[in-house]
Design a protein around this ligand. Structure first.
Ligand code: ATP
Ligand code: MG
Length: 770
């Protein structure tokens, strides 16, 4: 082995090795899941360092998440046999962009200690600007503009570059102008929003060729993971940095192609043809020069790795085209394909490959494994989402009993609201878990807000709760008002809420704030009275509605608003499982109490989107139902392209698994607040029968068991989905209604009582015995 080179190279296959050792010139590794792309990138850095080709601070290495960056650093240390000191430029696009921006802040009219605004700050600022411009916030919500601006920034568009039609689409033609004012205001506040971390960095480079040159010189090697999910702004930023350093006397326009036109795919196309032909007399002067510059200087050492079948951020502006354009952008690029999957066993890989083959817009690639076939992918049907959570909970306990490490187990959901049921189940079972890539369900901002309303109703002395929502949604009760309430409360030793009741009787507040506070106090009094006559779930719905809280999110156009609304509905749904508000709130405090530290070993719970790049021995994939996965919203909004993106997401999910992949669907699920009978996901039909096993739900009677519904019925899974809506399906369901089918423990009848919802009962009684 030693003769073959350094230790870290041993074990790589020839193609991987080529990707690691080709240090000069552009390299694209285009390969499927689990083929070692990330490993190649890490090994490449080790190789660059140990060959002395660059020092740590001369390597720019971009990962998709901060977690992935930490992981890479760790692996690097293992490969080199020592901790890696000073890799300042290993991180996400935003962390690196922000870092560069701080160093040169004054060149973009900021100070180096500038603040990074979160979405709430952003919205608050935009609201002020809308007001100043007399734009009706009701008709044109600030959150909607925040979403638009975000989208523009993802596409690398500064205010002057936003297409006129789009700029005019908001606020009676004033959208673009407010975007410009917003950028100016950010400068005055010494602040940047998230999108600015890249966009302002791009502007910095464009306006200061000497600064750009400094970084072009510094970064002798550029490496990018998950290249298929870069958006236009990230692409432009990379393009700037990956140009060979220019000669100082050359004009900026000659060496930096990325101007207004650059964000527009069509003009990028022109530029390519100019470059490909080597001359383009009629093209933009800057482009022609650029073609010359590109051919005159040695190509930059950039290595990007990606997989078009794992592009799952189209909804956030990612352009899979970037990966397809690589050879155009970097002439002479070496494209390396890796075909051996080292992650998954045979059945899992076959199932994933067969599924993704249903997509049309793909490059197509071969994947093989030399691993054993292993266990088949299982598909398990449950009666409803609660049974699904119970079934998975039991499987997890079983895994625990057989000595599996819980760190090697993940549950991947399509939508964050699905997490609630699992979290509750895990708390009941005492099973340690962690939520990756986001807060735990009950810790989400919208859930905490909703809970704060309910807590204030339940206990008027709960100051923390009242203070949290006194001005959410905004009702003109800002910091000054809250301060006044605190003063009152302290002086008279009464709760904040009672202080509010007292203050509205005085003239200490301006009339507007006073009126608003009085309304709020009266609202709470009314809700408390209602509590006596309505169910706690109904009360929650009323409160979220009348307080304007739901409406606040309905008006929000940011990418996660719809998810937040789903979470709120799920919260109300979860209340059904408790007798009253008090009981529910007690449960919440128990769950919240288990905060933070999940111990060393814990099951990971996350969305499919957050699972990108990760791997686990055991992967659970619940909720494979039409409407949920593929998501109805994506289908409605993006049609066929949306369906293909959903399918890539399913492919990402399956390919996270090393040894076991377990898919679940429930026949009844409450989505958007109503129970409905669901149809198994079309993705189940698209799995190859040979690699899949239909199994029985351990949490109940399941679909595969006593009803004569075993796997043998499915010679071919293509008929899988439809079978479930035929009389056979009804028979199985009827079995269940009789309490048959070998339900263990808490049978259906028992659970019947815990659900009061009309619609649930309707669904439940629906099917008839044939
Ligand atoms: P994804 O597309 O999901 O991000 P990837 O292509 O980045 O996958 P890696 O995560 O780098 O794949 O590798 C997948 C698994 O295979 C890892 O556990 C990795 O250590 C292992 N692996 C990769 N190459 C080899 C090899 N040559 N020998 C043994 N194991 C390997
Ligand atoms: Mg990877």
């Amino acid at each position: 082995r030693a003769a073959a080179g350094p230790q870290y190279l041993s074990g790589l296959n020839p193609e991987q090795r080529e990707a690691v050792e080709t240090l000069d010139g552009p390299v694209l590794v285009l390969a499927g899941a689990g083929t070692g792309k990330t490993r190649v990138l890490t090994t490449r850095i080790a190789h660059i360092l140990s060959q002395g080709r660059a020092r740590p601070h001369e390597i720019l290495s971009v990962t998709f998440t901060n977690k992935a960056a930490r992981e890479m650093k760790l692996r690097l240390g293992q490969m080199l046999g020592q901790a890696v000191e000073g890799m300042p430029w290993l991180g996400t696009f935003h962390s690196i962009g922000g870092r560069i921006l701080r160093i040169h802040a004054e060149l973009v009219q900021l100070k180096s200690n500038f603040t990074v605004l979160d979405v709430d700050d952003q919205v608050r600022l935009l609201k002020q600007l809308l007001q100043a411009d007399n734009i009706d916030d009701k008709r044109w919500p600030a959150r909607m503009l925040a979403g638009l601006i975000d989208g523009w920034k993802n596409r690398g568009l500064s205010p002057s570059q936003v297409p006129a039609g789009e700029a005019a689409s908001f606020g009676n033609g004033k959208g673009g102008k407010i975007y410009a004012t917003y950028q100016e205001r950010l400068k005055i506040l010494n602040a940047a929003d998230f999108g600015d971390l890249l966009l302002e960095n791009i502007r910095l480079f464009r306006e200061n060729p000497d600064v750009l040159r400094q970084y072009q010189n510094r970064f002798r090697f550029i490496l990018v993971d998950e290249y298929q999910d870069t958006n236009v702004a990230q692409y432009l930023w990379l393009r700037l940095l990956s140009q060979a350093p220019s000669r100082p006397e050359r004009r900026l326009a000659d060496v930096i192609p990325g101007r207004i036109e650059d964000a527009n795919p069509e003009s990028r196309g022109h530029e390519d043809s100019a470059r490909d032909s080597g001359s383009a007399p009629t093209a933009h002067p800057g482009m022609t020069e650029n073609a010359a510059a590109a051919s005159a200087s040695p190509p930059k050492n950039i290595c990007c790795v990606g997989d078009d079948d794992q592009s799952i951020y189209g909804w956030r502006g990612a352009e899979v085209d970037n990966i397809l354009r690589f050879e155009h952008d970097f002439p002479g690029a070496k494209v390396i394909r890796l075909e051996r999957n080292y992650r998954s066993t045979g059945h899992i890989l076959a199932a994933a490959s067969h599924l993704i083959a249903h997509n049309e817009g793909r490059l197509g690639k071969t994947l093989r494994t030399e691993d054993v076939d292993g266990e088949k992918v299982t598909v398990t049907g449950s009666w409803d989402s609660e049974e699904e959570a119970r079934a998975i909970g039991e499987e997890l306990e079983e895994l625990q009993r057989t000595g599996e490490n819980l760190n090697d187990v993940a549950i991947l959901v399509r939508a964050s609201f699905q997490m609630r049921e699992f979290e509750d189940r895990f708390v009941t079972l005492g099973l340690p878990y962690r939520v990756i890539g986001g807060p735990r369900f009950y810790e989400r901002a919208e859930i905490r807000d909703a809970l704060a309303y309910l807590r204030t109703i339940n206990s008027p002395a709960d100051d923390l709760a009242f203070e949290r929502i006194v001005n959410v949604p905004k009702r003109g009760l800002g910091d000054a008002t809250v301060q006044l309430l605190h003063d009152h409360a302290r002086k008279r030793r009464i709760p904040l809420f009672e202080a509010a009741r007292a203050v509205v009787e005085t003239d200490e507040l301006k009339p507007k704030a006073r009126g608003s506070l009085r309304d709020l106090v009266m609202q709470f009094d009314r809700w408390r009275a209602q509590r006596e006559v309505t169910s706690h779930t109904e009360l929650a719905e009323i409160v979220l509605d009348e307080s304007g809280y739901t409406e606040m999110w309905q008006k929000d156009r940011s990418a996660d608003a719809a998810g937040r609304l789903e979470n709120l509905k799920e919260l109300v749904r979860s209340m059904e499982e408790f007798e009253n508000l008090q009981g529910f709130l007690e449960h919440i405090s128990l769950v919240m109490d288990r905060d933070g530290d999940a111990g060393d070993e814990a099951v990971s719970l996350m969305t499919l989107h957050s699972a990108k790049g990760l791997e686990f021995d055991n992967v659970f994939l619940p909720g494979w139902e039409e409407g949920l996965f593929p998501s109805q919203r994506t289908l409605d909004e993006q049609g066929r392209a949306g369906l293909e993106e959903e399918r890539r997401l399913a492919h990402v999910g399956l390919t996270r698994a090393r040894r076991r992949a377990k898919i679940y669907f429930a026949t009844n699920r409450r989505i958007h607040g109503t129970w409905s009978t669901t149809i198994p996901s079309r993705f189940l039909d698209e799995l190859p029968a040979h690699n899949v096993e239909i199994t029985e739900s351990k949490g109940g009677s399941g679909w595969g068991g006593s009803g004569g519904y075993g796997a043998s019925r499915f010679d071919n899974l293509e008929s899988f989905g439809s079978s479930y809506s035929t009389p056979g399906w009804q028979r199985a369901q009827a079995n269940r209604n009789r309490g048959g089918g070998g339900r263990s423990g808490s049978g259906f009848e028992e659970r019947q009582s815990s659900f009061s919802s009309e619609s649930f009962n309707r669904t439940k009684r629906g099917p008839v015995v044939i």
